[in-house]
Design a protein around this ligand. Structure first.
Ligand SMILES: O=P(O)(O)OC[C@H]1O[C@H](OP(=O)(O)OP(=O)(O)O)[C@H](O)[C@@H]1O
Ligand SMILES: Nc1ncnc2[nH]cnc12
Length: 172
């Protein structure tokens, strides 16, 4: 299935110069949504993944579905101030701004094998911040998945992320 055709590109959103990949047009198409979830669930097979760690907000949509499909737990990483209990925090830069994300300190244990999932990899700032949070929990192994990878954006952060096994469904 040619999934790229379901992703809408919106120029100059949210700021001038950004070519925004809008996945809502993919998500509303049942067969495309299912295909993305199936491909990422397939990637999880044989890895012993116990937790899907996903990023607010767009990462939650497919991350939650994959957790269900592979019988893994779901761990949300949220924007600053949204999680109610004790958190660890990491600040980061993304393609169009700066932000700060948090995860509950008791979300993961040393026995966990983790898939960090997000909808899109641009500069890698968000994914690297998530990695820095998960690494603090001394989990057994960390994998990554994305729906879209903007491979035309090359950064030092992406070079660091390349040390981890990663699956992206659509590349630009
Ligand atoms: O690789 P990067 O340059 O870090 O960019 C990728 C991040 O940007 C978007 O999130 P955004 O912060 O816009 O939040 P949202 O999911 O709530 O829309 C996207 O969902 C990724 O999390
Ligand atoms: N170009 C882009 N499209 C969609 N989400 C993004 N997050 C960061 N850069 C993005």
């Amino acid at each position: 299935m040619e999934l790229k055709k379901y992703v809408r590109t919106v120029e100059d959103y949210p700021i001038e110069g950004i070519s925004f990949k809008d996945i809502t047009t993919l998500l509303k198409e049942p067969t495309a949504f299912k295909d993305v979830v199936d491909q990422i669930s397939e990637y999880c097979q044989g890895k012993g993944i116990t937790k899907i760690v996903s990023l607010e907000s767009r990462g939650f949509i497919v991350g939650g579905a994959v957790a269900y499909c592979v019988n893994a737990g779901f761990v949300p990483i949220r924007k600053k101030g949204k999680l109610p209990s004790l958190v660890i925090n990491e600040s980061y830069e993304l393609e169009y701004g700066v932000d700060s994300i948090e995860m509950h300190v008791d979300a993961l244990t040393e026995d966990d094998v983790v898939l960090i999932h997000d909808d899109l990899l641009a500069t890698g700032g968000t994914a690297l911040a998530a990695l820095n949070l998960v690494k603090q929990m001394n989990v057994k192994k960390i994998y990554f998945s994305f729906i879209c990878d903007l491979t035309f954006i090359q950064t030092e952060k992406k070079i660091e992320l390349a040390n981890y096994e990663t699956h992206s469904v659509i590349q630009y």
